[in-house]
Design a protein. Structure first.
Length: 163
């Protein structure tokens, strides 16, 4: 991977759908995907040449607010993937990244931006300043925890909005 551009991010609460934890959270959240969408999608992506088996089967939802994200050419693009009968096919892009701790924990791990294209995704959207990240299990994390994301600046830009 080329020289990375590093950006501060904060962990937000996700929908719990990617990991399947929406059903286990003890809240009123429900998910039609009890095992989680990532676990369900794993064999489809593997069949297309992207092995996600080394990653924890859920996403970290990182906010870069108030910055805006500009996503360029992905490292992987899978168009119209039919991975469930519950809704129409979706298009997915993935970008290679690194995630490192920004505090007392010490890790620096490879990962991927997981991006279901909003124009093909039927529900559970993310805000325009949020990226869903796939990484290996990094231990317990908590809401509002700070991280740093290393990205290829030619592919992902985090642009501060001028106000």
């Amino acid at each position: 991977m080329m020289s990375l551009s590093w950006h501060a991010a904060v962990l937000l609460e996700g929908h719990g759908v990617a990991s399947g934890q929406a059903l286990n959270a003890g809240q009123l959240k429900t998910s039609p995907y009890p095992k989680g969408t990532i676990a369900m999608q794993l064999p489809f992506f593997a069949g297309l040449g992207l092995d996600l088996s080394t990653f924890w089967p859920g996403t970290l939802n990182l906010s870069f607010a108030p910055a805006e994200l500009r996503l360029g050419s992905p490292d992987y693009l899978f168009q119209n993937l039919e991975w469930t009968h519950l809704h129409p096919p979706e298009t997915f892009s993935f970008w290679k990244i690194r995630l490192r701790s920004a505090g007392h924990c010490d890790f620096n791990v490879p990962g991927l931006v997981y991006y279901p294209h909003p124009d093909t995704k039927t529900r559970h959207w993310q805000g325009s300043s949020v990226l869903e990240i796939l990484v290996p299990f990094v231990g317990p994390v908590c809401l509002n925890q700070r991280f740093e994301l290393g990205v290829n600046p030619a592919a992902i830009q985090v642009v501060c909005s001028s106000t």
